[in-house]
Design a protein around this ligand. Sequence first.
Ligand SMILES: C[C@@H](O)C(=O)SC[C@H](NC(=O)CC[C@H](N)C(=O)O)C(=O)NCC(=O)O
Ligand code: NI
Length: 129
Amino acid sequence: MRMLHTMLRVGNLDRSIAFYQEVLGMKLLRRNDFPDGRFTLAFVGYGDEAAHTVLELTHNWDTESYDLGNGYGHIAIEVEDAYAACDMARAKGGKVTREAGPMKHGTTVIAFIEDPDGYKIEFIQKGSR
Ligand SMILES: C[C@@H](O)C(=O)SC[C@H](NC(=O)CC[C@H](N)C(=O)O)C(=O)NCC(=O)O
Ligand code: NI
């Protein structure tokens, strides 16, 4: 078995695709409309799904926003330098919600940004785990 994707429901698909491409450098791998179900699926990631775990952005055409609740944590992305990654994200219009630095009660160097729907994305500095 292997992990294929994580699905996130998004309120505006073009806004989300632009974020994952422009702020996080992901590629749009495929986009499929399902008119009978009034939803679209867009898969984004850092490489082909045959070898990469990706994100499945789900846009329900009649839903503009979601209550994320208090159970969702984050999706983690490895970066060479968490401090530089925060600067890059900010420069590209991303919202940094936790600046880079060692995690509380630990030593892993992390940072958090939010995507357009408020889903947290964690930067983890390579080699600091
Ligand atoms: C190792 C890295 O992948 C992490 O996600 S650790 C981040 C750390 N997580 C927690 O503290 C989990 C327990 C917490 N009570 C919760 O439910 O979120 C974290 O979020 N640290 C915050 C910080 O600012 O360091
Ligand atoms: Ni984490």
